[in-house]
Design a binder for this molecule. Structure first.
Ligand SMILES: NC(=O)c1ccc[n+]([C@@H]2O[C@H](COP(=O)([O-])OP(=O)(O)OC[C@H]3O[C@@H](n4cnc5c(N)ncnc54)[C@H](O)[C@@H]3O)[C@@H](O)[C@H]2O)c1
Length: 312
């Protein structure tokens, strides 16, 4: 079977992606610098190379192994880090991407999957759920590098014929989500509930997000690894929202986690955070037309995540 390179495969989402390619019979190589990822996340049977995506040895690796697919999940993922250090964010998310892209176009990669973010490229969108064609108005350096990443892909596609798909995720949750980060509210709330600590809600808690299970995110990646896609004329032609289209408020999420954990969450209210998006939900009709359906209902997905965190 053909070989697949998964960058960031020691991280939350990338490790599930690596597992799925392996289950589909591919030979899977993971590169990750373990800046946030963990060795124990890497599925058994995957070849792991500890490396930074900016390292020239990655080009050598792509030359030697002739990957059929590169699935690029490694990134600087923290909005606040991007604000504090935009150059670091650009170095990983753009220079790192270009290191991979230059090798991909030279050494015959069949398809490149780039992970963008539907939570940041649209800024504060007017239309809900937001379609791919909505204005792209990122409000953080992280949003800028995700959008610029897509534009680079579009350029490599148009000028060098590189085939690609860009996936714009909503808020992904599931097992292996890091509960210590700033994002990942499902994992953070679960950990607080387990510790018997209050969950912190900023503002009135009516801000909404579109929570999509990592299981459904994996299915989207698998579909887009093989789907026949028309050549892109516009940037959005090869961009796919991955979300449920359902808005869940922070208050509703806390209540749902209370239900699945059979604990009553104690809520601590704190002032709203500057610049926090009020509403977010993605219209994934385009991906649905290719056959994708988000199959995991929120309560079932939350239960799975809560149980996983409880076992840790
Ligand atoms: N979690 C979400 O809700 C969400 C939403 C939208 C987009 N995304 C995107 O999905 C991807 C995966 O995110 P995640 O939530 O699994 O985060 P994560 O931090 O668990 O995974 C990112 C992985 O990349 C690795 N990495 C970081 N910098 C690297 C470098 N320079 N070289 C090699 N490896 C490096 C980290 O060690 C980590 O294992 C990212 O591209 C992120 O921007 C995530």
């Amino acid at each position: 079977m053909s070989a697949v390179l998964v960058t960031g495969g020691a991280g939350f989402i990338g490790s599930h992606i690596a597992e799925a390619y392996l289950a589909a019979g591919h030979e899977v190589v993971v590169i990750d610098n373990l800046s946030r990822g963990k060795r124990k996340n890497i599925p058994f049977g995957v070849e792991f190379i500890q490396a930074d995506i900016r390292d020239p040895m990655v080009v050598e690796l792509i030359r030697e192994r002739r990957f059929e697919i590169i699935n690029h999940h490694a990134a600087q993922v923290d909005v606040r880090v991007s604000v504090a250090d935009p150059r670091l964010d650009a170095s990983i998310n753009l220079d790192g991407l270009l290191n991979l892209l230059e090798a991909a176009r030279r050494y015959g990669v069949r398809r490149f999957i780039f992970v963008s973010s539907g939570g940041v490229v649209y800024g504060e969108p007017e239309v809900m759920p937001t379609p791919e064609t909505a204005p792209k108005l990122p409000a953080s350096p992280y949003g800028v590098t995700k959008l610029t990443g897509e534009q680079y892909l579009y350029y490599y596609h148009r000028v060098h014929g590189l085939d690609y798909a860009a996936v714009r995720y909503s808020n992904v949750y599931g097992p292996r989500q890091d509960p210590h980060g700033e994002a990942g509210v499902v994992a953070i709330f679960s950990t607080r509930l387990l510790d018997g600590a209050p969950v912190v809600v900023f503002g009135d808690g009516e801000q909404t997000r579109d929570y999509v299970s990592v299981r459904d995110v994996v299915a989207a990646n698998m579909l887009l690894s093989d789907a026949e896609l028309r050549p892109a004329r516009l940037l959005d032609d090869r961009a796919f929202n991955v979300g449920t289209g359902v808005e869940t408020s922070v208050n509703e999420l806390a209540a749902a986690l209370g239900r699945v954990s059979e604990k009553t969450p104690e809520i601590r209210r704190e002032p709203a955070r500057d610049g926090e998006l009020l509403r977010s939900s993605l219209d994934a009709s385009k991906l649905r037309r290719l056959g994708w359906v988000p199959a995991m209902e929120l309560d079932r997905g939350l239960r799975e995540t809560f149980q996983w965190i409880a076992e840790q």
